[in-house]
Each structure stands twice: as structure tokens, then as C-alpha cells.
Design a binder for this molecule. Structure first.
Ligand code: PNS
Length: 161
């Protein structure tokens, strides 16, 4: 089985993430989606909720395994026999940090990082921006799967009380 991992925070998953996961799913037998547990960053959705949203929106691809991970991504890869990390690049501004991480990860265990250019349709898109716009009542329904948009609107309303 040829395996790859798409890592991220996915708070929540957007159409930009789905674009990369779908394309990875066509290149590999199994694509692991690794949801990072970041104790220092309070998310809008819990890790369990993010996993459920990813599972529901990627089920159609048929070869996606969604898991959380708390430690180093290279350990996640080593434990599962995953030789490749897939990262979407939206713009040159992503490149500096992504290159650093790719070189660090390769130096640690030899794991490769493959960069996929994000579809221009989603090149401006990030979970943080989506949350900010939605929190002020802006419509982000064209940027998210329908289910995710629904849960996002609900969550923001809950937070407002
Ligand atoms: O969606 P994000 O927040 O840009 O994702 C970043 C993420 C989670 C992919 C990256 O920070 C990560 O893999 N963290 C796990 C910890 C780790 O391996 N750190 C060293 C990176 S060189």
C-alpha cells in the first residue's frame, strides 16, 4: 500500500483542504489525514469534532483515514509506515515556512514532503480567515462543504450565547 499524510489543524476543514486531500487520494492507495492536537491553541472545534467533519466530507473518496496526533509528525509517519507528507502551497508566502518544515522533517527521519499547488480558486483561503469572516456574520458558504458551514454558523451562534 502506498501511503501519504495530509497534516494540519483543520479548524475546520475548508474546500482548500478538500482540494488537496482529493488530489492526494488519486495518487496514493491510502491517505491519512492527521489532525494536530495543539494544547497551546484553543480551537473553535474540538479535535473530535474536526475529525468527524473530515470523515463526513471525505468519505466519498473511499481511501481516507482520519486520525489525531499529538507529537511530531515524523513519528506519526514512522509509526504507520508513511513515506510522504503532502502539503498544499497557496502562494509564495507559504513557501518559506513549509520549506523549513520539509527540510527539518527530512533531516529527522528521511520522510519526504511533496508540495501540491492549491487550486487558484482557493488560493486566498484559510480556516482562520473563514472563522473571522463568519464571526462577523459574513457568508462563507462558498468556501466550505455545506455541512461544515452549517456547523460553523451554529458554533458561532453558541459562542455568542
Ligand atoms: O494547519 P496548520 O496549523 O498549518 O498545520 C501545521 C502542522 C500541524 C501540519 C504542523 O505544525 C505539524 O505537523 N505539527 C506537528 C508537530 C511537528 O511535527 N512539529 C515539527 C515540524 S518541523
Amino acid at each position: 500500500m502506498r501511503r501519504a499524510v495530509c497534516p494540519g489543524s483543520f479548524d475546520p476543514i475548508t474546500n482548500g483542504h478538500l482540494d488537496i486531500i482529493e488530489r492526494a487520494s488519486k495518487l496514493y492507495d491510502v491517505v491519512h489525514v492527521a489532525v494536530a492536537i495543539n494544547k497551546s491553541k484553543q480551537g473553535l472545534f474540538t479535535v473530535e469534532e474536526r475529525i468527524a467533519l473530515i470523515e463526513e466530507t471525505t468519505a466519498k473518496y473511499g481511501n481516507i483515514v482520519v486520525e489525531s496526533h499529538a507529537g511530531l509528525l515524523v513519528d506519526f509517519c514512522r509509526d504507520r509506515g508513511i513515506p510522504a507528507i503532502i502539503k498544499g502551497l497557496r502562494a509564495v508566502s507559504d513557501f518559506d515556512y513549509e520549506l523549513q518544515m520539509a527540510q527539518m522533517n527530512h533531516g529527522l527521519t528521511g520522510v519526504e514532503t511533496l508540495f501540491v499547488p492549491t487550486s487558484p480558486t482557493w488560493s486566498f483561503l484559510s480556516s482562520s480567515l473563514v472563522k473571522e469572516v463568519a464571526s462577523y456574520g459574513g457568508d462563507v458558504s462558498h468556501l466550505l462543504p455545506e455541512l461544515v458551514n452549517r456547523r460553523l454558523v451554529e458554533r458561532i451562534a453558541e459562542r455568542r450565547g
